[in-house]
Design a protein around this ligand. Structure first.
Ligand code: AP5
Ligand code: MG
Length: 195
């Protein structure tokens, strides 16, 4: 088994996954794989899949497992001797989690832990509305789309926690605190698991 640190950073929309990732990358030398960023990049580049992706994202719905997984696989292949990966916003369905486990095993490695940021819906909505003014993401613009994203998270994505819980890899972190306190709590989990 290769000596790597592979972390699934999990949580509802606006939980702080994108905020925590750069700090973790810097501290642990990991590669950031955000499927949301990859999909937004597809749209920007106007690839053959971009219309379909744009339509789904702007409605707050998940993109198909197949499209998402192909993108992840490409990025995993492209990484040369990585120290490890942070998966941000992926896996988002049990099917994606199963595909990821298989892909990791094919590369002689594994997922070490899931760190799930948890916070209440009210805070989620407030944070996303604030970000809408700064970043202008299409799926942040309308509160009804934010509600759809939260609903899809609860109905299709939250179950992925059970998948990792069954493997003894699930860890919970309170996402309501400041970015610095949340980062310290995430690092404490990593130190405990890797010790
Ligand atoms: P994706 O880009 O993954 O978005 P998301 O999961 O909705 O999460 P966000 O990026 O909105 O939030 P975040 O947790 O990164 O929070 P952030 O740090 O920015 O996915 C977008 C869409 O793409 C999906 O809806 C779906 O359509 C599609 N998609 C993506 N992956 C897919 C997959 N695997 N399968 C199928 N479809 C997929 O923080 C939010 C805001 O709060 C920021 O302004 C930040 O500055 C602020 N903030 C962060 N932390 C704190 C804090 N501790 N205190 C106060 N403010 C904070
Ligand atoms: Mg994000």
């Amino acid at each position: 088994m290769r000596n790597m640190l592979n972390i699934v950073l999990f949580g509802p929309p606006g939980a702080g996954k994108g905020t925590q990732s750069p700090m973790l990358i810097e501290k642990y030398g990991l590669i950031h794989l955000s499927t949301g960023e990859m999909l937004r990049d597809e749209i920007k580049r106007g690839t053959p899949l971009s219309e379909e992706i744009k339509h789904l994202i702007e409605a707050g719905h998940l993109v198909s497992d197949k499209i998402v997984f192909e993108m992840v696989r490409e990025q995993l292949e492209a990484a040369r001797s990585p120290k490890g990966f942070i998966f941000d916003g992926f896996p988002r369905t049990t099917k994606q989690a199963e595909m990821l486990d298989k892909e990791m095993a094919d590369h002689d490695t594994k997922i070490d832990m899931m760190i799930a940021l948890q916070l209440d819906d009210e805070t989620i909505i407030k944070r996303i509305q604030r970000r809408a003014e700064i970043e202008g993401r299409a799926d942040d613009a309308d509160v009804s789309i934010i509600h759809t994203r939260i609903k899809n998270y609860n109905e299709q994505t939250a179950v992925v926690m059970d998948y990792y819980r069954a493997q003894g890899k699930f860890h919970f972190v309170d996402g309501n605190k400041t970015p610095q306190d949340t980062f310290a709590a995430i690092c404490a989990v990593i130190e405990k698991v890797t010790k």
